[in-house]
Design a protein. Structure first.
Length: 240
């Protein structure tokens, strides 16, 4: 009598480790390429489309029960406001490609990074990223800043900056700030009013443009002088 035995099922051999690692690396590269493509698309779109509400504004809106925002085009902003913001925050705005290396070296020598952030970096943080000091955010900012400088004009960078900057608690953009503090439109700001607004940056919760303390008064005088200087020496030419 012949006894039939069932054929043994073939046992699948484990996938070689190198092949598995290649697959993981391939998917990792695809994921990274997708992230890069996502941000590249938004950088291009926001070169002519106005950015929507950002992460920080949503957080503040939830905390305060609403915020003041009113987008205005570059032509609706007094020219002196642009010069004042640059004089206060980034005097070499027209001379760098997104990073002010002179300011960075000076900040490092002083043992910190205060004063080293350019207007372009602040735009990248406010429009595309989130507030915080994590290494991930800093790395993304370092990648996106030169991309914005490459695609956007200097005037567009400054226009977006003036429309997303916070000038008082829950008050975002120069138009809302002009109405909030002085009851005028952004196009009608005087040199003094523009300098006052620029002087509350980057601490809008601790400074007041309508009721300036000693620091804001001193800063205002410096900003008025600085705005006149960059106009005279050509450092405002890239956005005017």
């Amino acid at each position: 009598m012949v006894v039939k035995t069932k054929p043994k099922k073939a046992v699948a051999s484990p996938e070689p480790k190198p092949a598995l690692m290649k697959r993981v690396a391939r998917w990792g590269l695809r994921g990274a390429a997708g992230i890069v493509g996502f941000f590249a698309l938004w950088v291009v779109l926001f070169s002519f489309l106005n950015p929507p509400v950002n992460i920080y504004q949503l957080q503040e809106s939830a905390r305060l029960g609403g915020v003041q925002r009113d987008w205005v085009s570059w032509d609706e902003i007094a020219p002196v406001m642009g010069r004042s913001a640059v004089a206060a925050e980034d005097a070499n705005f027209c001379l760098h490609w997104g990073f002010d290396m002179t300011a960075i070296r000076a900040a490092v020598a002083q043992g910190g990074n205060r004063g080293a952030s350019t207007i372009t970096q602040q735009v990248v943080k406010n429009v595309f990223l989130w507030h915080g000091r994590s290494w991930l955010r800093k790395a993304m900012e370092a990648v996106l800043t030169p991309a914005v400088e490459l695609v956007w004009s200097k005037q567009r960078i400054l226009e977006v900056y003036l429309n997303v900057a916070e000038f008082d608690e829950g008050v975002f953009g120069v138009q809302a700030a002009a109405r909030h503090y002085f009851n005028v439109d952004a196009r009608d700001l005087s040199a003094l009013q523009a300098a006052r607004l620029a002087s509350v940056l980057p601490d809008p919760k601790g400074r007041n443009a309508a009721k300036p303390g000693p620091f804001v008064r001193r800063k205002t005088a410096q900003v008025i002088s600085g705005a006149e200087t960059i106009k005279a020496d050509g450092r405002s030419a890239c956005f005017e």
